[in-house]
Design a protein around this ligand. Structure first.
Ligand code: EPU
Length: 419
């Protein structure tokens, strides 16, 4: 397994370009199953999770091509399997996103239940009950969700919790259903909006994406379209935090500042100077150490759970005390023990981490446990004294495109050590 070797203490300066958003690309690739015509998807990030999704689609009979500009062309006029096996779903929970499209277009889906993961139990009961309310005959048998439906019927669904992939799955199911579907308490994440925009380009009739009530009028069929994936706000946020921790001045390009309000206001409170342009953010950090900031995660437009681990790393070296409360997932603090090994003064009480900032972290061998936890260890390594080795970085490769190259370009000393 590859590792990252990081020698801490370098300021970050220069420019970095943000890739397409993983969590938009995954549902959008799944949405290509809704039409037999060719879809062209641009700005797809080069990530393990994308490769896994392409492999899953390929097994079902998808025809996938990369054109000369690295757009992905997908044609699904020859799907002969409606099956997502456990071996694939267990490596990537987002495989569940094929459930809605398969059922809507082919009337059949056999998708493994994802099971628990490093950040919590993460059930998919809302996906299942929503499809059942739309008329699917759906059972869970031997770890697989088996669903059938002649044609799904529109329904009025009040989602019990705000769920991002749940909203996406039900929205994809509803676009080909008979009649009107209303999703109340829908997720408002920008990735849900990006998916809706792609579906609308394919001929879907969707209103209200980006609010908590999405109304979908089903159509008979969808057609091919071109869609460009929106920039990754979590990758953007990760680079911003890195600069605020390490000091320096960096222009973050090809991003959408408007999607980062909650993160930017915390970074300003931590002492960063932030300048915004339409598609770039310039962050300058002159202070010796950031100021501690309290964090409380919640669904969009609240503070994103996917930025919690990175801000935990920031608070470890900040001046002052802070509390970090995780409300979206029950167990998303695996990074805390690793940060403690680097000298952080942090303890857990239920779903809150209480952090007393220390002047310095000390390099140590640490282990990545999930994607964002891994990112927080890289950030800690960038400011720690000495040489940090981050093990099991396949987690990072699932969600960050060439992270070490992008940081090296900014002046960090970070290298991949192949297994
Ligand atoms: N939940 C249920 N039942 C359901 C669905 C969700 O109880 O049927 C609960 C979950 O257990 C969790 C909460 O609802 O406590 C929210 O989970 P959600 O369904 O919104 O998460 P997700 O859709 O599985 C997506 C992202 C995650 C991100 C969360 C929250 C994708 C592919 N994944 O997951 O991204 O943390 O939303 O914003 O979009 C990451 O990129 O590192 C990552 C984990």
């Amino acid at each position: 397994m590859d590792k990252l070797k990081i020698v801490g203490g370098k300021e970050l300066n220069g420019e970095v370009s943000i890739s397409g958003a993983k969590n938009a690309a995954l549902p959008i690739l799944a949405s290509t199953l809704l039409t037999d015509q060719t879809m062209t998807i641009s700005n797809v990030p080069h990530l393990h999770d994308i490769t896994t999704t392409m492999e899953l689609l390929g097994r079902m009979g998808s025809d996938l091509m990369l054109d000369e500009k690295l757009n992905i062309e997908v044609t699904n006029n020859n799907i002969n399997e409606f099956f997502a096996p456990y071996e694939m779903v267990k490596t990537m929970r987002a495989s569940i996103l094929v459930l809605g499209p398969l059922l809507a277009r082919f009337g059949e889906a056999d998708v493994s239940l994802p099971g628990g993961c490093a950040i919590g139990s993460r059930p998919v009961d809302i996906h299942i009950s929503g499809l059942a309310a739309m008329g699917a005959d759906i059972t869970v048998d031997k770890g697989y969700i088996k669903a059938k439906a002649k044609r799904l019927k529109g329904a009025h669904l009040i989602l019990e919790m705000v769920t991002v992939t749940g909203t996406e799955n039900l929205m994809m199911a509803a676009v080909l259903a008979d009649g009107k579907t209303t999703l109340e308490n829908a997720a408002r994440e920008p990735e849900v909006v990006d998916l809706a925009e792609c579906l609308i380009a394919m001929g879907a009739n969707i209103q209200g994406a980006g609010t908590d009530t999405i109304v979908i009028e089903g159509v008979e069929s969808l057609h091919g379209a071109q869609h460009t994936i929106l920039p990754d706000r979590i990758e953007t946020g990760t680079f911003l935090v890195a600069v605020v921790m390490a000091g320096g001045k960096v222009k973050i390009k090809n991003t959408r500042p408007k999607l980062l309000d909650a993160v930017l206001s915390k970074l300003r409170a931590a002492g960063a100077q932030i300048e915004l342009e339409d598609s770039s953010i310039t962050v300058t950090m002159d202070l010796e150490r950031p100021r501690a900031v309290d964090i409380h995660t919640s669904p969009f437009p609240g503070f994103p759970t996917d930025m919690q681990a990175q801000f935990t790393a920031l608070n470890c070296i900040a001046e002052g005390n802070s509390t970090i409360t995780e409300t979206v997932f029950e167990n998303r603090f695996m990074h805390v023990q690793e940060l403690q090994r680097m000298g952080a003064n942090i303890k857990l009480e239920g779903n809150t981490a209480i952090c007393n900032g220390v002047a310095k972290l000390i390099a140590a061998p640490v282990m990545a446990t999930d994607l964002r936890a891994s990112a927080s260890l890289v950030l800690a390594g960038l400011v720690a004294e000495g040489e940090t080795i981050v093990d099991r970085i396949y987690h990072i490769d699932r969600g960050y495109e060439t992270i070490e190259e992008k940081f090296r370009q900014l002046g960090a000393e970070i290298n991949r050590m192949p297994a």
